[in-house]
Design a protein around this ligand. Structure first.
Ligand SMILES: C[S@@+](CC[C@H](N)C(=O)[O-])C[C@H]1O[C@@H](n2cnc3c(N)ncnc32)[C@H](O)[C@@H]1O
Length: 311
């Protein structure tokens, strides 16, 4: 997007515009801003992500976790909480081919990568969770049509998009709530959510089409980052308990702190195997870590763990 500075200047009034503009220029060229740019461009994961067409360096964290724990299989349904800009979703789409389906949820507007679907909204809102569960109840919704067997006619010819859409039975089942019928629909729940914070510099240089660049993933206040991450992982786990099939996997990011051992004990009640991971692509100075959980136990329900807290 190009900005007509002369016009903006005349709209704002010259002195106000000059004051704001020079302040932004000073901030953008401040040493912390320069360090930020320098760190990005000299970062091997950042450069590798660009070369491989991945939307962010975060992809390498999930790839390492997958390499160590064999998370994905072809045909799986994956829910990616906090998916924007979408590199984890790219990895999930790639590793669940053929016939997988991946749905991303994010507060921010971001187009999903090819082969995935997205819902924009606050995952912590019960209404948004109900929308996700309704979506999951339709087993073929979001599955790439060119990989589905039912999209071929009796002569082996691929059906057109409109014929496929018309053939889908979308009659809602009146007797069951979305939460009940979304049970056992998901193979993997991913959560890389972190509370977005307004940045303290550089918003001037980015555009509305890249909103996630204008936000930071941490506040820099250790306790606050830890506490908000605990809210997000507990909510993600409650959702996973409603939707994960027995044997399913759950991966979530958290910022280490006083409450994480307590959360780990909860995870051990729900999953056969729970590991803490700090992938190589995760910066050593960051408190960020991941819980990687495999083998959801069928016997543990959301009510067993949380009572009616997340109803
Ligand atoms: C670190 S980024 C995720 C990066 C992503 N895994 C990737 O590989 O591109 C964290 C994301 O979580 C999202 N997020 C945080 N809280 C959220 C919430 N309550 N509901 C939905 N998305 C949320 C943020 O908007 C942000 O886009």
């Amino acid at each position: 997007m190009s900005v007509d500075f002369k016009r903006v200047r005349s709209l704002f009034g010259e002195s106000l515009f000059d004051a704001i503009y020079s302040c932004q220029r000073r901030a953008a060229s401040s040493s912390s801003s320069k360090r930020w740019v320098q760190r990005k461009t000299s970062d091997v994961y950042f450069r590798d992500a660009k070369v491989k067409g991945l939307r962010s360096r975060a992809a390498f964290k999930l790839l390492e976790i997958h390499q160590n724990h064999k998370i994905f299989k072809p045909g799986q349904t994956v829910v990616d909480l906090g998916f924007a800009p979408g590199s984890w979703t790219q990895v999930a789409v790639d590793r669940t081919r053929p016939n997988g389906r991946v749905i991303g949820i994010d507060l921010l507007p971001a187009a999903p990568p090819k082969g995935a679907s997205a819902i924009q909204g606050d995952f912590l809102s019960p209404q948004i969770q109900a929308i996700i569960k309704d979506y999951l109840c339709e087993p073929d919704l979001g599955r790439p049509t060119d990989e589905r067997e039912d999209t071929v006619d009796e002569n082996g010819m691929r059906l057109g998009y409109i014929d496929i859409e018309r053939a889908i039975d979308r009659t809602p089942s009146p007797s069951t709530s979305s939460a009940q019928s979304a049970a056992d629909t998901v193979d993997v729940v991913l959560s890389d959510m972190s509370e977005p914070w307004p940045p303290i510099f550089s918003f001037w240089s980015f555009t509305l089409s890249q909103p996630f660049f204008r936000l930071m993933n941490t506040s820099g206040i250790t306790f606050r980052d830890h506490a908000t991450s605990m809210d997000l992982v507990n909510s993600a786990l409650a959702f996973a308990l409603d939707t994960l099939r027995p044997g399913g996997a759950f991966i979530c990011k958290f910022y280490a702190g006083a409450e994480d051992a307590f959360f780990e004990r909860k995870l051990r009640k729900v999953f056969d195997r729970v590991k803490r991971e700090k992938p190589a692509a995760s910066r050593s100075e960051s408190k960020e870590q991941y819980f990687v959980c495999n083998g959801r136990k069928a016997s543990v329900s959301k009510q067993d763990l949380y009572g009616d807290l997340y109803d």
